[in-house]
Design a protein around this ligand. Sequence first.
Ligand SMILES: [Zn+2]
Length: 451
Amino acid sequence: MKIMRVFLIILFTIIFNLNSAFAYDLVLPKEKKTITSSNFAFFVGKAGKDESIVINDERIYLASNGAFAHSVKLKDGENRIIIKSNYSTQVYKVHKIVQEKSLELELIDLEPQLYVVKKDNTPLRKTPIDFGMNRLSHLFEGTYIIVNGKKGDFYRVLLSKDDEAWIHKNSVKIAEREICPKFITMNSETYKNASKHTIEFTEKLPYTIRENDKEIVFKVYNPLVSENSIYTVNIRKPNKYTYETISYNGVYVFKVNEICRPENNTLEGLTIVVDAGHGGSEKGAIGCLGNCEKDINLKIATELKDILSLMGANVIMTREVDGNVELDERVKLAKNNFSNLFISIHLNSIPDIKFDIHKNKGTSVYYYNKNSKELAESVLNSLTCTLNTRKEGVKTASFAVLRPTEYIGILVEVAYMVNPLDSVLYTKSEFPRETAQAIAEGILNFTRTEY
Ligand SMILES: [Zn+2]
């Protein structure tokens, strides 16, 4: 009897172990029942050896390490998704919330009214519907503006006879006093690798910065005096440059700095911020095998720091360990250290589109300001050449770490965390070093090329 019991225990242990050795692990979805407003449900995970995965009768591609990722288009309401492997059949229920179609907002003209901006760094936008890409400037606290219209949550701002802008209604309040801003003086100074342009008024006024191919155009508007009252500074763009706007009382100081080519194939004289994306409770994207993006980002960033330091750059890390760092702290660190370049390192997550293993894969590099486009292209070329990844391209996006003009900033998405093919690449031990080497080469090529 006792022997029989021992035998049964051994048998059950073997069966249990066999099962766990073969059964797949799902990273996504986390629960068997989920509610979402997304258009797709994602099934991301890793199959066991010799295991096959079928989702809603479709056989799923498995990478050499067993990784898989698959999207299922959701209909409104309840969706039943069946995932079958050699060893089990599981049913997942995903409830898609029906989104109400947003109504076209009506533009309402208002009697012109004087408002004042409540805090620094308030975006002034080209249009009220904004995905972050149409900012004209960031206004300072205490800037006086005239509001003459409204659309949804945005006020229309009168700049001049031909120019208007938009500002969020919560960023401004009605001015408590009448003002009559007067122009005092305008002045330009040129230095060896910089120029400084000052325009002085008795009050803070709205301004815009626009870039064309050859110039940066800085304008301050004084619609309280006249709808034709515009003060313009046109500055020829240096080859590689950064710029900043400072305002105190009614004085605007606009500075353009040229980034000079370092000597002897080095990065001497450059301060570079290396930003490992996410950290701490912000895990970033999760890969098919359960890896966290934040950990891979940090490994690459640490390697990059060493390589750039050896090349002569002054390198500052936004984090050197696994911990939470706010986005504005990362930006502040770069600004306070007069950083020339900002390199943010990430691996891509899944977009809310049909997942295609051959399309949602590879490397992309993001930038926001025009001064950063060439660096983005140079790093993308170097990365795709070295890692042999798919060239997804250079893209623009309004990421908080990329918006400042005080540095040249890029955000690298080296590969897709959820792509099974990319997961083979980013789990290789040499991946962080090779990636860092390629980014460093991209930076060096950028500093050595005349655009
Ligand atoms: Zn990320």
